[in-house]
Design a protein around this ligand. Structure first.
Ligand SMILES: [Cu+2]
Length: 151
């Protein structure tokens, strides 16, 4: 191995150590119609550590309120509801996706259109805090029943 490659490897190891156990992949926020006041962020959260880590809160720069939500059946109806945490298993991942777990953006302070970005900060119960930038994407008609339950 050439000296320069050894140095590069050491730097990447140091970066990984500082970065902690949590990483976020493929974040995106759903584009919504101009009259909609809420949207949601989706992503894959990965945990490279040997202990379960929970996402316990989040903030973002596009809405007044940020909540952790899931989607499921209650009294025979498909509804959204708030959860206290989203579990990211050790050496595993949590998948936040339409019709499932999501970060809810309530009270949008601007219209979100494809091409915009939303900055989010995710806080975990191991003390880690992860900042991400999520592009706004158009998801099409599949999201309609999902958004209707967010009135
Ligand atoms: Cu929701």
């Amino acid at each position: 191995m050439k000296p320069i490659r050894i140095i590069a490897s050491l730097i990447s190891i140091a970066t990984l150590m500082m970065a902690g156990d949590i990483s976020v992949e493929n974040p995106f926020v759903k584009e919504v119609a101009p009259n909609m006041k809420n949207s949601a962020a989706f992503m894959t959260i990965k945990n490279s550590g040997s202990k379960t880590v929970n996402l316990v809160s989040a903030t973002n720069d596009a809405s007044a309120i940020t909540e952790l939500h899931t989607h499921g059946k209650k009294d025979g109806m498909m509804v959204m509801y708030k959860v206290d945490k989203i579990e990211v298993p050790a050496k595993g991942e949590a998948l936040l996706k339409p019709m499932g777990l999501h970060v809810m953006l309530i009270g949008l302070n601007k219209q979100l259109k494809e091409g915009d970005n939303v900055n989010l900060e995710l806080k975990f119960d191991n003390g880690e805090s992860v900042k991400i930038t999520a592009p706004v994407k158009k998801l099409g008609g599949q999201m309609k029943p999902y958004l209707d339950t967010h009135k």
